[in-house]
Each structure stands twice: as structure tokens, then as C-alpha cells.
Design a protein around this ligand. Structure first.
Ligand code: NA7
Length: 544
């Protein structure tokens, strides 16, 4: 294809979400000419795309924010315990303005290919606007949940009315007043949007395949004293985030096993955790919740009882109760009145395990019980997680090897940061890093800092390229698997494991060893001169 433009940069960053923005800021501080390429017409990534009703973060707003700039964290004022999507987007825009990031971001442009030139030890990055950029480094800041899973239900194209995907919500919003609406899916996105759609729509039918564990968020406005208290101690808090397994230090992880206490004590502890409305409160109530079946059964049963208390019709309550996987092995949801919504007269639940969707028709959704006519369909069916956005770019490394081929049986990386055979290509919160099992902002900052320090180290030594060795990658994969096997995580058919996308290879794609342990490992690798990586000098082939 005709190239409209050829340019040079030190680094190309793909994506202008929180990861891409901070990466740009860091590289610019180091004096690197950096280009960010972004598909959307604004910054914010996840918070740019997910504009469905009720979209909020499931990490407290004062914790889900950048820690790299004490001035930023002092100036910015969050309004609620859990920020809404528009507020987080405003924050992202504020960050872009504050650090003058937009001048290096090319919006409404997609990176289509990235080809490594072994001789030059540089990447050529191609965009859909006909630009080719030669760059020494490519940093994929493409997000873990950024490519919505395409509707995989037969007939999806036959439907005459409008369809919506939660992760690609129209910017102008949607008014469901007077409509019969179908929502397909009951993950976080569905659980957040269903109560609001139910208030607006004439009739709402929810198609559920797997019920979710959801805890009441207890969302509320933040008080001035809470805000000033956090701001007084923000530095210590950021340190605590770094040394917590999920980057969520409150409430702290218990030292006791669930087996150490009486049933009454456990119950009281669960009740207390439930009341906090914090995503990790129940899983950190006892140290063995995610590793011991009985410990997990206790807390899972506690949540199941709560669902039955919240839903009036016992049959509907049971249908909404998760039984097929242990609590926490899929990311739990936080909700505001989700289960109570099924007590409304205009809301009904279809359990598609009992009555599978046969197809979508011109006028509605057909199961074996017949066709239900609807005016709009909302697909809250999730994402091609962790690898989708990376593999959407045709990436070719040493010897022309395609990343898609290398990852045909699942993603292989070293630390979720680098990929053998693909020098100077870094992934922010890449597969087999803790990423989605943590407070993303904490993981993003750690990765961006690590990548930036690595590049700085290379520049000080005038090295042209760095890549992990195959051995390091294999060892990391083994360590990942062994760590996951010590937990209950592999029991769930989750997107952590690729189970939600038909045909996707099944491998556990997140490191379960904790952000704290992981950080220590990454720091150790850096401190030992990037052990597990090999480096290249500019003109010579290989160096030990
Ligand atoms: P999720 O958590 O992947 O949820 C997707 C939901 O859609 C889930 O209930 C799926 O059921 C359901 N689904 C997917 N495909 C189908 C089909 N074909 N038929 C019926 N139901 C289907 O995505 P979310 O956007 O809600 O949340 C993603 C993350 O974003 C979340 O964890 C937070 O961290 C933020 P399944 O469970 O696969 O049986």
C-alpha cells in the first residue's frame, strides 16, 4: 500500500489509556522522541470506550489513580468512593492536559503492523493512515480488556433493531425509554448496567449463562475529611499499594486461616467484609480463601445466602446463585442493586444453560421456549482478554516470525514484559503478569517504570536491542503454571484462561503470585543486569 508518510521516533507506544499516557510521560522525561498511536479520538482507553450506563471502576477512586505525581494526587478531587466512567475519563483528560501529552499522540489511527528489522535493530510500525514509523522501541499499551468479544450467537446480524456492545457504547448515550430490551451476559458490565437499564426500559430480559458473585459496592460520595486524610498519607498509601498482592492494601490480608476460627467468628468476619463494599475484602478475610477448597466454600456459601436474601423469588434467586466455580476465581463484581433489580415486575431472567439461545431473529431472541420480541439488544459478553489487542496488530519479530504463530497455543512471555524473538518490544501489563488480578493503575505504573528503567540502562550502555531468552520465558511459564496450580483459580472457566472465546487456547494468562512478589522478581531481574534477557550491540550480532 502506498505510504503517505515515513517518520522516525525513538519509541512508538500503542494506545493512549493510562498505560500509554504514563509511558509517554516517562520516555519524554528521558529525552526520547516518542509517538503514541491511538484508535479513539481521545485518551482514556477502557474509560473512553466503556460508556454504558452505570460504568464504574471496582477499585476505590482514591486508590485507582496515578501515584507518580504527588502534585497530581493532591490537586485532583474524586467525588465518590467508586468513580463513574465520566469522572475517570475527565481524570484521564486532566492528566493528558497537565503533562501536555496530546502533542505526541496521534488519534483516530490504528497500528496495523510492526515489523522488526534485524539489521537495523529497529521496528517499522505501520498505521492504517498510511504512515510508517521507524522506531527503536515498541511498547504495547493496548490494555487487557480492550477488544470486545464479537457476538458469537447465531443470527446476531439478522436483528432489525439496534444492538449495543457495552465496551463500544455510543458516545451520545442510549435512551431505552418505552423499549423491550435484552441484555446478554451477567459479568461486571452487565451487572453495572442492568439496574439502570431496568429503570428506563419498559421490559428487560437478562440472558444469563453463568451467574456471578457480586458484592454490594456501598458506593457513596466521599467526605471532605476522608479526602484530606488520604491526601495527608498518600505517600505511605502508595508504598503500601506496592507491597500488597493486589495493590489494594485496605483491608489488609489476614494472617489467619479460615480453619483457625469458629464458625461464628468466620461469619462475623465475612459480615464485616461484606459491609466494606470492597472487592478484595472477602477474599482477604482469611489467608487461604483462594488456596483452600473448604475455606473458599465457606465464603462462597456466605455470598450465596446473601443472594437468596436479596432476591424475593427463591427460584430466581437460585438461578442467580453461582455454584459452578469458587468465589474469586473469576474477578468478582461490585454492584448497586443488581440482585434487587430481579424483584422488579419489568425484569425477567432467562437461564441459557437451561434454555439455550437458539438464535437471534429479526425481532428478538429465540430459545427452545419460543421467541421473545425485543426492541434492542445489549451484548455485555466480555472481551478477547489479555492477548486480543496485542494480536490485532500483525507483529513480526526475528526471522519474520509472526507473534500470532508464536502464541498459537497461548501467550509466551518473560514476566509479561518481553517476548523472546521480539527484541525491544515491551508489553505493559502483558500476559503472565499480575495485571487483571490487581489494581491496574498500580500494575501499570510498575510496568512503565520497569520498561523505562530498562531503556535507560540500555542507553547508558549504548545497546541496540534487548530480548528475553527462550529459557527465561520457559521458566517463567513453568513458574506461572506452578503458582496457579497452588490456587483454586484454574477451576473457573474464566477469561483469565481464555475460556470465554471459542477456539482460544486455554492457558492461565495472569500471574497469581501477587503484585508484591512479582515486583520483587522484576526488580531483582533489573538489579542483576537484566538476567534472562540477551542484549545486542548496534553492529554486532549477539552478545552474552
Ligand atoms: P465478562 O466478565 O467476560 O462477562 C461476560 C458475560 O457475558 C459473562 O456472563 C458471559 O458468560 C456472558 N457471555 C459471553 N458470551 C456469551 C454467549 N455467547 N451467550 C451467553 N452469555 C455469554 O465481561 P465484562 O465486560 O462484564 O467484565 C470484564 C471485566 O471488566 C471485569 O472482570 C472487570 O474487571 C471489568 P460466561 O461467564 O462466559 O458463561
Amino acid at each position: 500500500r502506498h505510504l503517505a508518510k515515513f517518520s522516525e521516533a525513538d519509541a512508538v507506544v500503542v494506545g493512549a489509556g493510562f498505560a500509554g499516557m504514563y509511558q509517554l510521560h516517562r520516555l519524554r522525561q528521558m529525552g526520547l522522541k516518542t509517538r503514541v498511536i491511538e484508535v479513539g479520538d481521545g485518551v482514556g482507553g477502557t474509560w473512553y470506550w466503556n460508556r454504558y450506563p452505570g460504568a464504574r471502576c471496582d477499585i476505590e477512586s482514591m486508590a485507582y489513580s496515578f501515584g507518580f505525581s504527588p502534585e497530581l494526587e493532591q490537586d485532583w478531587v474524586w467525588s465518590e468512593k467508586y468513580a463513574t466512567q465520566p469522572e475517570i475519563l475527565r481524570y484521564a483528560e486532566h492528566v493528558a492536559d497537565r503533562f501536555d501529552l496530546r502533542r505526541d499522540i496521534t488519534f483516530e489511527t490504528r497500528v496495523t503492523r510492526a515489523i522488526y528489522d534485524e539489521e537495523e535493530k529497529r521496528w517499522i510500525v505501520y498505521t492504517d493512515k498510511g504512515e510508517a514509523i521507524s522506531a527503536q522501541y515498541v511498547i504495547m499499551a493496548t490494555g487487557c480488556l480492550s477488544v470486545p468479544k464479537q457476538p458469537d450467537i447465531p443470527g446476531a446480524d439478522d436483528f432489525k433493531g439496534p444492538t449495543y456492545i457495552t465496551g463500544r457504547w455510543p458516545h451520545e448515550g442510549v435512551d431505552f425509554t418505552g423499549q423491550r430490551v435484552a441484555v446478554i451476559g451477567t459479568g461486571s458490565s452487565a451487572i453495572q448496567s442492568i439496574p439502570l437499564i431496568a429503570e428506563q426500559a419498559e421490559e428487560l430480559t437478562v440472558y444469563q449463562r453463568t451467574p456471578a458473585y457480586s458484592l454490594p459496592a456501598g458506593n457513596r460520595p466521599l467526605t471532605n475529611s476522608e479526602i484530606s486524610e488520604m491526601k495527608k498519607h498518600y505517600r505511605e498509601y502508595r508504598e503500601a499499594q506496592k507491597h500488597h498482592p493486589a495493590g489494594i492494601p485496605n483491608p489488609p490480608r489476614a494472617l489467619l486461616s479460615a480453619h483457625d476460627v469458629s464458625e461464628a467468628e468466620r461469619r462475623a468476619k465475612y459480615e464485616e467484609a461484606w459491609e466494606t463494599g470492597i472487592l478484595t475484602a472477602l477474599s482477604s478475610a482469611y489467608r487461604d480463601t483462594m488456596t483452600d477448597q473448604q475455606a473458599n466454600d465457606w465464603v462462597s456459601d456466605f455470598i450465596r445466602e446473601k443472594i437468596h436474601e436479596r432476591v424475593k423469588d427463591p427460584k430466581v434467586a437460585e438461578a442467580l446463585t453461582p455454584r459452578s466455580f469458587p468465589f474469586g476465581t473469576k474477578r468478582p463484581c461490585l454492584d448497586t442493586d443488581y440482585f434487587e433489580t430481579f424483584n422488579r415486575d419489568n425484569v425477567s431472567l432467562v437461564d441459557v444453560r437451561e434454555t439455550p439461545i437458539e438464535r437471534i431473529t429479526a425481532n428478538g431472541v429465540k430459545t427452545k421456549d419460543g421467541e421473545r420480541q425485543v426492541d434492542s439488544i445489549v451484548f455485555a459478553t466480555g472481551f478477547d482478554a489479555m492477548t486480543g489487542a496485542i494480536l490485532n496488530v500483525d507483529i513480526r519479530g526475528i526471522g519474520g516470525q509472526a507473534l500470532r504463530d508464536k502464541w498459537a497455543d497461548g501467550p509466551h512471555t518473560y514476566l509479561g514484559l518481553g517476548i523472546a524473538g521480539f527484541p525491544n518490544l515491551f508489553t505493559i501489563t502483558g500476559p503472565s503478569s499480575p495485571s487483571v488480578l490487581s489494581n491496574m493503575l498500580v500494575s501499570i505504573e510498575q510496568h512503565v517504570d520497569w520498561v523505562s528503567d530498562c531503556i535507560k540502562w540500555m542507553r547508558e550502555r549504548e545497546l541496540a536491542a534487548i530480548e528475553p531468552t527462550e529459557e527465561a520465558e520457559d521458566e517463567w511459564a513453568e513458574h506461572n503454571e506452578a503458582t496457579a496450580e497452588l490456587t483454586l483459580f484454574p477451576q473457573a472457566n474464566s477469561w483469565y484462561i481464555g475460556a470465554n472465546v471459542p477456539g482460544k487456547p486455554r492457558t492461565f494468562m495472569a500471574y497469581v503470585g501477587g503484585v508484591d512478589t512479582y515486583r520483587a522478581i522484576c526488580d531483582q531481574v533489573a538489579a542483576t543486569g537484566y538476567a534472562g534477557f540477551r542484549t545486542y550491540e548496534a553492529r554486532q550480532r549477539k552478545q552474552a
